[in-house]
Ligand binder design. Sequence first.
Ligand code: ARG
Length: 462
Amino acid sequence: MAQLWQGRFSKAVDPRVNDFNSSIRFDQRMIMQDIRGSLAHSAMLGRQGIISKEDAEAIAEGLKQIRADLTEGRLEIDPNAEDVHTFIEQTLTARIGDAGKRLHTGRSRNDQVALDIRLTLKDECQVIKEDILALAEALSRQAAKNIHSVMPGYTHLQRAQPVTFGHQLMTYVWMLLRDCDRLNDAVERMMQDCPLGSGALAGTTYPLDRDFTAAELGFAGPCPNSIDGVSDRDFCIELASVFAICQMHLSRLCEEVIFWCSWEFKFIELDDAFTTGSSIMPQKKNPDVAELVRGKTGRVYGDLMTLLTMMKGISLAYDKDMQEDKEAMWDAIDTLHLGLTTLAPMVDTMKSLPENMRMAAAKGFINATDCADYLTKKGMPFRDAYKLTGSLVAECIAQDRVLEDLSLEEYRAHSELFDEDIFTAIDLTVCCEGRKTWGGPTASNVEKQIELATEKIAALRG
Ligand code: ARG
């Protein structure tokens, strides 16, 4: 396939340069969006009388036929084409003749590619959004089954205070819903300004109707500065940041899954279908899915760094460096998509083991704060109650006992304020249910947040 820009050159491009320069390998992913953009552009050219109505119709027909042929497998993308834009224009021209050569009137590949990547990212973000919401739903379902499963909540990975497994899982749901909000915001901003009509950088002498094409293609309006229209990829960087944050959230969830299913914790059992074995150790059941998602986080961060670095030193307007945007974006999207869609069924099928969670909760002095609060509520200043409870804990540790094992006499040896009701006050379920502040671990509050999250998911689906 010949280049679109052959006229000026006296010799053919070195084949190594051709290969190096070509982007068809990865920009063919935008082929449907490229056709959509060309349909809007040619319709506008026809309406404005820049090309004849007949040519505009022939172009539209030709493009639609190419689209159908691609969808139904009758047309193959030529791997030797320079890029997707060249492939479509040349295929069109081969089919409809001179009208095809008029498609590119008043347009440059610079505004064309700036448009195509926006349209493609918009479509692909819709899929990512669905993936995120599906995982949020799986986590909410698992949380609903575990609103009474008391487990130790941790800080510094040290047992800290009692929570429930449902409470803990909902944390990730809120993270994911913020990711979804961020995604929507970024897509909305990306779809503010349509770059089409910017031309190479300085607009064109043809009387284009940029409002028409912007509206046709789902933008709020045309970009007000043609140089800006073709120069920036900040929307890619913003989306890649959203993906990186989301992947970070997934990685944290995976890290927890990995230790929850270890023998040291055994808070959950992953379904056999979502684990793998070892080639040498017959007893092994490994959380490979979670480890891989965690491991792939570096790729997504790397994609963001690629984009930031790609943009940091290039002059206005278009520079070929920017061709690198696509592979980074596709990699981030594919990695995130793969992780999200594998994690959702893994979360759905995992089995929680509430007895083990409770056993761990019983061992970590996670009711020590409640013991101190008990004394505080009976009139002792909190700082004194804190110190006294600390000495009770030290005594228990020395004797390999827990607070529940001490007798009332032993308690009263420390303070006369202790009564029989101390044992209720430090009961783990009571400790959980006592934390009635909104957002806390009580079953009814967690149920309420599940309802809220469900409403938010429905609203995000719109
Ligand atoms: N393949 C190019 C890219 O992805 C298309 C734009 C080419 N523009 C140019 N002036 N060479 O950025």
